[in-house]
Write a protein that binds this ligand. Structure first.
Ligand code: PEP
Length: 250
């Protein structure tokens, strides 16, 4: 949106062995002008500390792709907010549709994780989006409003304004995804923005990003939308060159 900071971030999902992760981080650490864009990368846990160390003196923020709501304890296989912080993360992605679909993530667990992230000084990036069936059934706006409300449940208005969101229509994500028409994104984003403004203490406080099959060819019309404050990119940003080119284009 004009006049507000613009974010460009990527989640590597389950990609990035140490050598590739380091060379990606070194390449984007060498970018000397981000032209006002706020950059962030979300690598897998196993390389997060390495990537964060290589990006320490750059404007690029680093985030985890998930975390647990508790600080420590008997939660085999999980990672906590303090662990992410210790690795150098400042952000955490929560509620991605792949986690909701394959790993049982719910609006309730996302909400618990949002609280934990804020408690520990991590900026949560909550992913929301309707499925194709929900869109066909005409309930997209209801679904999106409900996902926002439940993610922000129990937060003060000041806290709610510190939560970032990514609108990612489930049918637009990944290999099987089709890019969403910008007009559809504009309409959905306006509804989400209304809901965010109800929860936060200042209009426009919560950054709202768009994600789903964004690439160099289709990025500009999304970036130009009034209610969109950034792009959240998967596949097209899995190389340092791809990511840097998208940040430049935005
Ligand atoms: C995502 O899964 O968050 C995403 C935006 O992926 P892609 O860009 O690959 O569709």
């Amino acid at each position: 949106a004009p006049g507000r900071p613009f974010w460009v971030g990527t989640s590597w999902k389950m990609n990035g062995l140490p050598d590739d992760a380091r060379s990606y981080a070194e390449r984007i650490a060498a970018v000397d002008d981000w032209h006002g864009v706020l950059p962030f990368v979300m690598p897998p846990f196993t390389v997060l500390a390495d990537v964060a160390r290589l990006l320490r003196d750059s404007p690029v923020q680093v985030g985890g792709q998930n975390m647990h709501w508790d600080e420590s304890g008997s939660w085999t296989g999980e990672i906590s907010a303090p662990m992410l912080r210790q690795c150098g993360a400042t952000m955490v992605e929560l509620g991605h549709s792949e986690r909701r679909r394959h790993f049982g993530e719910t609006d309730e667990t996302v909400n618990q994780k949002v609280h934990a992230a804020l408690r520990h000084g991590l900026t949560p990036l909550v992913c929301i989006g309707e499925t194709q069936a929900e869109r066909d059934g005409g309930v997209s706006d209801l679904v999106l409003a409900r996902q926002v409300r439940l993610a922000l449940h129990g937060l003060t208005a000041a806290q709610a304004g510190r939560v970032m969101f990514a609108y990612e229509p489930v049918w637009a994500i990944g290999e099987a995804g089709r890019p969403a028409p910008p007009a559809l994104v504009a309409q959905a984003a306006a509804g989400i923005r209304q809901e965010l403004d109800r929860a936060a203490d200042a209009p426009g406080a919560s950054p709202l990003l768009y994600g789903g099959s964004v690439n160099l060819e289709n990025a500009a019309p999304y970036a130009a939308l009034a209610d969109i404050d950034g792009l959240f990119v998967g596949r097209a940003a899995w190389t340092a060159e791809g990511y840097a080119a998208l940040a430049r284009a935005a």
